[in-house]
Design a protein around this ligand. Structure first.
Ligand code: HEM
Length: 500
């Protein structure tokens, strides 16, 4: 053997020994939960399918149990929990309610402590309280008007492509980005082709790709120090975002100085309603508003796409929704958020879409702020925890005939909507300290989206002969539907000109 070959072999053996020691240290010294043995450098990343990570984690949990630990790349070992009782404990324990200090969050927020990435503590509690209040204020004031205006714009656009088959993805991205620009910043774009809106859309895509736990930037921290295309794209997005946010804040300030009662968007409410003077607090709130914009538009976008697919797949259910809408919503009137209570089946259809097609299949990672003992296992301080959202929402232990799409499961014997908050296993929005602050407005938005769309159009999937739709979806940050095409046909009994 040559000298070079011996050095190479010795290095490989050393790497294997280091990796073995790391695992032995974690399992037998720290008593971390069980899990697979790691390979040098890559850890156990080869056991996770990046296109369907939730399914790979499910397989691992069948082998190692409801709590396991795994090393992915050069990162510290993470813990994955699929046991529902444990997940519910994690939601309500302050010591498991931090977010992991990932580089991607650090550079995205520039150490400004907004909601989403900040650790659990007084600042977080204050921010969350203000955000929840701001969202509720919007729901009670301008949400209907704003959503109706943009939905009509969207439906008008759809009626132009009536009868053609098309991939709905692009138009839905534009719809949800416009909706959240209006709700968060009060921006009304001049049509969906507005250049600023298009910049935001393209930047959101890059940011969402980069925050995926399986993106190379998050697997190999080395990539943060070597110039590469991902970093260049990521930094450009942050630069664009800062320019756009600054512009929005100046516009808001100007409008406020002219009209003190002008409070029709989230950033406005945050910056004016409360007695906040500290510069840092203001920066935090602006970052929080941006987080609401990103989290809201991205989650709702994915949910709208899943919903369209399900309307096309389950035409009988779509007919039932249409029939109900016709009974409750007056002819040529736009549906109203208040009518949610009269249309329980529509709401049940939306909840069932969320359950089966859970976009946040692995949630947003939590992190421990102290050592936590769970039975014989210890989760050391600073460990990232991922939760088995998808596994629990599609598990026959929790849901009868879990794989069947059945909105009726959300209705009681009197056909009234069951409150999803009372269902232990409906963890779509998380629970407890880090629960999603956008849960209620999501249902408002989705209700208006489904009712207005179904009132106007018959939604059909466009499949070639023998073609089957792939309902498994594709993973990026969350689970997206695989590309599909739909065809919209105008309902005869509606006067589109009057309605829109
Ligand atoms: C399909 C709709 C949505 C789903 C399924 C969803 C789900 C979630 C989940 C699972 C979390 C993490 C919970 C945890 O860490 O334990 C979360 C957090 C969050 N969501 Fe949503 N969400 C949705 C819509 C929205 C909307 C519309 C908004 C804004 C209006 C929003 C804003 C946020 C924010 C700011 C956080 C971070 C909260 C924190 O760190 O404490 N989400 N969401």
């Amino acid at each position: 053997m040559t000298c070079k070959a011996s050095v190479f072999t010795a290095s490989i053996i050393t790497l294997f020994i280091i990796s073995l020691f790391q695992d032995v240290y974690c399992y037998y010294w720290l008593h971390m939960p069980p899990g697979p043995w790691s390979l040098p450098v890559i850890g156990s990343i080869h056991q996770i399918d990046p296109k369907q990570p939730h399914r790979s984690f499910k397989k691992l949990s069948l082998k190692y149990g409801g709590i396991l630990s795994i090393r992915m790349g050069l990162r510290d070992r993470i813990v994955y929990i699929t046991d529902l009782d444990l997940i519910n404990k994690i939601f309500f324990d302050q010591r498991t309610s931090d977010r992991p200090p990932l580089n991607v969050f650090k550079y995205l927020t520039k150490d400004i402590d907004g909601i989403g990435s900040s650790s659990y503590g007084n600042n977080f509690k204050k921010q969350k309280h203000l955000i929840v209040n701001a969202i509720n204020t919007i729901r009670n004031t301008s949400a209907q008007h704003k959503i109706e205006k943009i939905m009509k714009q969207y439906l008008r656009r759809m009626s132009e492509s009536e009868g053609e088959s098309f991939d709905p993805k692009e138009s839905i991205i534009e719809l949800t980005c416009s909706l959240f620009s209006s709700l968060v910043y009060g921006s009304d774009y001049n049509g969906f082709n507005d250049p600023e809106l298009q910049t935001i859309i393209s930047n959101h895509k890059t940011v969402m790709d980069c925050i995926s736990p399986f993106h190379p930037l998050n697997i190999m921290s080395l990539f943060w120090w070597i110039p590469n295309k991902w970093l260049r794209g990521f930094y450009k997005c942050i630069k664009d975002r800062d320019i756009i946010i600054t512009r929005k804040c100046y516009q808001t300030k100007k409008i406020n100085s002219e009209d003190k009662n002008h409070q029709e968007n989230i950033i406005n409410i945050l910056l004016t309603e409360h007695d906040i003077h500290e510069k840092q607090d203001i920066k935090n709130l602006i970052m929080s508003a941006w987080t609401v914009f990103l989290a809201g538009s991205e989650s709702v976008r994915s949910l709208c796409l899943w919903t369209l697919q399900n309307l096309g797949l389950y035409t009988q259910m779509q007919n039932r929704i249409y029939h109900d809408v016709q009974t409750v919503v007056e002819e040529n009137s736009f549906p109203n958020i208040q009518q949610k209570h009269e249309l329980p089946y529509t709401c049940a259809f939306i909840l069932e879409t969320m359950r089966v097609c859970q976009a946040n299949v692995l949630g947003i990672p939590h992190c421990t702020s102290a050592d936590i003992q769970i039975d014989n296992n210890v989760i050391p301080k600073g460990t990232m925890i991922m939760l088995g959202f998808w596994d629990n929402l599609n598990n026959s232990k929790q849901w009868a005939e879990a794989t069947k799409f059945n909105p009726d499961r959300f209705l009681d014997e009197n056909n009234k909507l069951i409150k999803y908050q009372t269902l232990n296993s409906f963890i779509v929005f998380g629970k407890g300290h880090r629960m999603c602050p956008g849960s209620s407005i999501t249902l408002d938005l989705m209700f208006l989206f489904v009712t207005a769309l179904v009132k106007c159009f018959l939604v059909e999937l466009h499949l070639k002969d023998g073609e089957k739709i792939d309902t498994n979806g594709q993973f990026s940050f969350g689970l997206e539907p695989s590309p599909y095409k739909i065809r919209l046909t105008k309902r005869n009994n509606i006067n589109h000109d009057n309605f829109l």
